[in-house]
Design a protein around this ligand. Sequence first.
Ligand SMILES: [Zn+2]
Length: 170
Amino acid sequence: MEECIFCGAEVEDDVDECPHCGNRPLAGQYLDPKTYENADQMEKDGDIKGAWELLHEEYRAHTDIEYFDDETAGILHDYLEALFARHSELVAERISLLLDEMSICGYWGSYDDQLMERGVELSQNANRPDLELKVLEMHRSCRQTLSKVYGFDSETLDERIAKLKALTTG
Ligand SMILES: [Zn+2]
């Protein structure tokens, strides 16, 4: 037996459809098995951006809020990282992936500053202030989202901290 990655119900390990939620229950079942091969071929043919877009689109599909397939998304992410390592001209694309990662982490409440630091570094190394600006704006938005989970936006967070300080020192 396996656990459906969408609803957590126990399913047989050879099923195509979860009897509980109707999704394909196992990691990678929504991915065309030829995706990686196709991307490799596009890269070999010199269509670097096409290869990136194919993998990035699948990454997005597998990190959808409703259909989050962590395992497959991780593999796709590794492929994208490797593609970028071979083709540094993909920096704008790499930042666009990073913005996705930031917003995903922001949504799930696991956002930390490492992603922002990575993005700033990549942008500065490529001399792309336009990309750095996007990273920092997303950073601010993620921080605000995190604060809102607890009922604070960035201003009221400052106010709340000041209030608590006054309370605890008073
Ligand atoms: Zn299910």
